[in-house]
Design a protein around this ligand. Structure first.
Ligand SMILES: C[C@@H]1O/C(=N\OC(=O)Nc2ccccc2)[C@@H](O)[C@H](O)[C@@H]1O
Length: 474
């Protein structure tokens, strides 16, 4: 009776209630994240302004285009070497036919410039190990092909000259190297993989030395246990590369922490300058972004990054790609659209059309994409908001016009919209009707339709007065 209830009372008062429980203990890590929050330096600020990027996957796999002996591989074309119908010896000798007579980096850069991309990510070496630069670390390089010449140098020069920053993709996993290991199970594995790590560091040193204009490295092929068990090495490698090239931008696919965690360390902190997990998928809400910088890399077909003669499944239309671009920028990220040139260095028509259409749209609407960030306004069904960094300027990127022809805008409390301008056709008379609580309706002219997404630029200011002044019809 009394004794028991007294004991229960005493226990209850000394045991912190669930809500008051101490935060999760921080796990001591030597090789976890060394920075919390975003990078704030100028190089990273520039990275945030890009909005739109181009990925290019090009290599020996481009010669096959996802096809061998008249049959199509139903996986990603740049992975065709793993298809049991392609003998490794056949694949590993393909490079002896690599002779892209239509390779014209100046034309590639011009197409990218017209498309409106601000950065390029280019495959220097994919999982097959074939190097598109004349590396001294292996004979499996462009120097051993009929083409002979360095692919990367003229590409970096042409894109840099066109005002497009260059980032180099590098696959750690290298199927061609005898010391590559998927896991470290024996002492021999560890000895071999130590040689492999030295080889990797040497190749990366070559890339940063030969192409000093490179703004960053896009790592891939780092999901296997061998790499997850090499946390200390991944940490020292990142520090070495950043010392070699101060300001270098490296995403979250390089590192592993002391316990083999990737992207986020055991304390949930991002290891890398931006989150690199958004591959062919886009965050749904701002919460999914966890306060990180991030970009989404996207194929135009459903999957497949290297040239594939037969695109599998659905091919994204230009409007779908533009909507993905709007979604990414509206959530504080960049969209990087992938192109897979053919073995001869030419682009397929669908990719050239996508570049042209996106470029035409960007010509009118790029103010809603470049130098923009997450707006934080209540999302509406008509599309996505972006905000110009450092200014009180907001953009509505509209994909779905309601049957009423009126677009609702609900700024945060105490803010109101003072002006609405249609980009590209300021004469189109759209009218702004103020409604309760700082909100507005933007009325589009009857029968307004551009057949493609359009942008309305909003000027805003802090609301004055009590907020119940007459609804001014402007
Ligand atoms: C950009 C793509 O990157 C890859 N792989 O990406 C991933 O492994 N993505 C991934 C893996 C685990 C979780 C989430 C994404 C490559 O295999 C592919 O050929 C292409 O180069």
């Amino acid at each position: 009776g009394l004794v028991v209830s007294t004991i229960i009372f005493m226990v209850a008062t000394v045991t912190p209630s669930f809500a008051q429980q101490k935060p999760k203990e921080k796990i001591e890590l030597q090789h976890g994240a060394h920075r919390t929050g975003k990078r704030t330096d100028a190089d990273m600020q520039t990275w945030r302004t890009y909005g739109l990027g181009q990925f290019i996957h090009w290599g020996a796999y481009s010669l096959l285009g996802g096809k061998y002996n008249g049959e199509y591989y139903n996986g990603a074309a740049e992975w065709i070497r793993v298809w049991n119908k392609v003998p490794n010896a056949v694949y590993d000798n393909l490079y002896k036919q690599f002779n892209p007579q239509q390779y014209n980096p100046t034309q590639w850069a011009a197409m990218a410039k017209q498309m409106g991309v601000k950065y390029l990510t280019f495959t220097t070496k994919h999982h097959d190990g074939f190097c598109l630069w004349p590396s001294k670390t292996t004979s499996y390089t462009i120097a051993g092909t009929p083409y002979k010449k360095d692919i990367i140098k003229p590409l970096v020069e042409a894109y840099t000259k066109a005002g497009i920053d260059v980032y180099l993709y590098f696959s750690v996993m290298d199927w061609s190297h005898p010391d590559w290991r998927y896991d470290l199970k024996t002492r021999e594995d560890t000895i071999a993989f130590d040689r492999f790590k030295k080889f990797t560091k040497d190749q990366l040193t070559e890339l940063l030395t030969l192409y000093p204009e490179t703004k960053g490295l896009w790592f891939d092929g780092t999901w296997d246990n061998s790499w997850k068990k090499s946390g200390a090495f991944t940490d020292s490698l990142e520090q070495y590369l950043k010392a070699l090239r101060p300001g270098l931008i490296i995403g979250s696919r390089l590192r592993a922490d002391d316990l083999g965690n990737r992207h986020n360390d055991a304390n949930g902190l991002l290891m890398g300058d931006y989150e690199q997990g958004w591959e062919r998928k886009i965050p749904k809400t701002y919460a999914d972004v966890h306060g990180n910088d991030w970009d989404c890399v996207m194929t135009i077909p459903e999957n497949g990054w290297g040239y594939q003669e037969k695109w599998l499944g659905h091919w994204k239309t230009s409007n779908e790609l533009i909507e993905m671009l709007a979604q990414c920028v509206s959530l504080g990220g960049n969209l990087v659209v992938n192109f897979g040139p053919k073995g001869d260095g030419s682009f397929r028509p669908e990719e050239m059309t996508a570049a042209k259409d996106i470029g035409a749209w960007m010509k009118i609407n790029s103010n809603a994409i470049y130098n923009c960030e997450y707006a934080g306004w209540e999302k509406q069904d008509w599309g996505y908001y972006t905000k110009r960094t450092g200014e009180n300027k907001y953009y509505m990127i509209v994909f779905n016009v309601p049957v009423s022809g009126s677009l609702k805008v609900q700024p945060p409390r105490n803010w109101t919209v003072t002006k609405a301008t249609l980009l590209g056709d300021a004469t189109k008379n759209i009218s702004l009707e103020k409604i309760d609580y700082g909100g507005s309706f933007i009325h589009l002219p009857k029968g307004f339709s551009t057949g493609k997404p359009f942008v309305i630029e909003l000027e805003t200011q802090k609301a004055t007065g009590t907020g119940n002044e007459q609804k001014a019809k402007t």
